[in-house]
Ligand binder design. Structure first.
Ligand SMILES: [Fe+2]
Ligand SMILES: [Fe+2]
Length: 367
């Protein structure tokens, strides 16, 4: 069934203009010295796809479909919500959660689109400019697929989350180009990559979103790898004072991202008391596990960049995500490793008789 809806707007209206940003860099030397970046650029050209023709948009989306055995009783038992869910409530929750999450994906993708365009302009390295230009096209496609899915398949969407908006503004208004990488490629994209992986695992019945996510993950894995490759050398040469600014940015961004995952808007739209449900979502192991998993790509990449300093570690520990530091980083592992916490949750679901397919972790030595 196709719906077609208008996009709901944030309080600031349909357009937002952010001043500032990094200066434009021309490189007249045209150096060919970044072999790994050049290889990534080649790979990107090979793996382009067309959202109009490569995705089968005729596939019907039915959010009432659940994995066999996934009932309100099992949900209540495993997550202990403030008010037990019945069938109707579970469906409403699922619909709104999907619409909210995919809306934030779409807004994040638009952020990635404009930030990578800024990066192509600001980064001094020519191979990095080449690659960034490929990524701009990738991100346009990602905005395109999520917009189409939300407006024609789910028929429900949410405005940009205020915490995400703050983070995106910060990233694009910074005049240091490495901050665009750090904020967008390492933090925002790292989270998105894990979220897409999570979505793919949790919605095995939704063939359309599976198709979309499969393509998007392949692109995003390259994007995160691009950030890790580009920043590694630069950060090794920075002074302690310069690195300290990067550490502070990482910590601030981590809190903004954690706060963006509390789904405040969803509780409001469902007519539930926001405070109670936010508290629940901060505490219930399922929601906690979900938020933690979203950091599973970020933490190893920060380690690779030399940013897992005592100060950063202290705060990641507070958020409860430091345990991912030993997972492989995005230059070693293109897929989404399934962290032990999620495997455990799958085990609990299956113990309750829910029939889900637990995918084999692409890099099982990581857990
Ligand atoms: Fe993207
Ligand atoms: Fe991306």
């Amino acid at each position: 069934m196709d719906h077609h809806i208008d996009m709901p707007l944030p309080p600031g209206g349909p357009l937002e203009f952010v001043p500032g940003g990094a200066p434009t860099a021309f490189n007249w030397q045209y150096p060919e010295d970044r072999e790994q970046l050049a290889a990534l650029y080649e790979k990107s050209k090979r793996l382009q796809w067309n959202a109009t023709t490569d995705i089968d948009w005729s596939i019907d989306v039915d959010l009432e479909r659940n994995p066999p055995g996934f009932t309100p009783e099992v949900f209540n038992l495993l997550t202990r919500p403030p008010k037990p869910f019945d069938d109707r409530m579970l469906l409403e929750f699922k619909t709104h959660r999907s619409a909210w999450m995919l809306s934030q994906f779409m807004h994040g993708e638009q952020g990635a689109l404009v930030a990578t365009a800024a990066l192509a302009s600001a980064v001094p390295d020519l191979d990095a400019k080449f690659y960034a230009s490929q990524q701009v096209a990738d991100e346009a496609r990602h905005v395109e697929v999520y917009r189409r899915y939300l407006t024609t398949k789910i028929g429900l969407a949410y405005p940009v989350n205020p915490h995400l908006d703050t983070l995106l503004r910060q990233i694009v208004s910074d005049d240091r180009w490495d901050m665009i990488y750090l904020g967008m490629q390492i933090m925002v994209e790292g989270l998105a990559l894990a979220a897409f992986g999570f979505m793919n695992i949790m919605e095995p019945e939704e063939k359309l979103i599976q198709q979309i996510t499969g393509y998007v993950i392949r692109d995003e894995a390259r994007h995160v790898g691009f950030g890790v490759l580009s920043l590694g050398d630069i950060y090794r040469q920075m002074t302690a004072a310069e690195m300290k600014e990067r550490e502070e940015f990482v910590v601030e961004a981590s809190y903004l991202m954690r706060d963006r995952l509390l789904m405040e808007e969803v509780w409001e739209r469902l007519g539930l008391e926001k405070k109670t449900w936010v508290e629940w979502s901060l505490q219930t192991p399922f929601m906690n596990g979900f938020r933690q998993i979203l950091f599973s790509k970020i933490v190893p990449n920060l380690r690779r960049l030399g940013l897992l300093t005592p100060y950063v570690r202290e705060h990641l520990e507070k958020i409860g995500v430091l345990q991912f530091e030993s997972l492989p980083d995005s230059t070693q592992d293109e897929g989404v490793s399934i962290p032990p916490a999620l495997m455990q949750f799958f085990g609990q679901l299956m113990a309750q008789g829910v029939q889900i397919e637990v995918p084999t972790p692409p890099n099982s030595s990581a857990s």
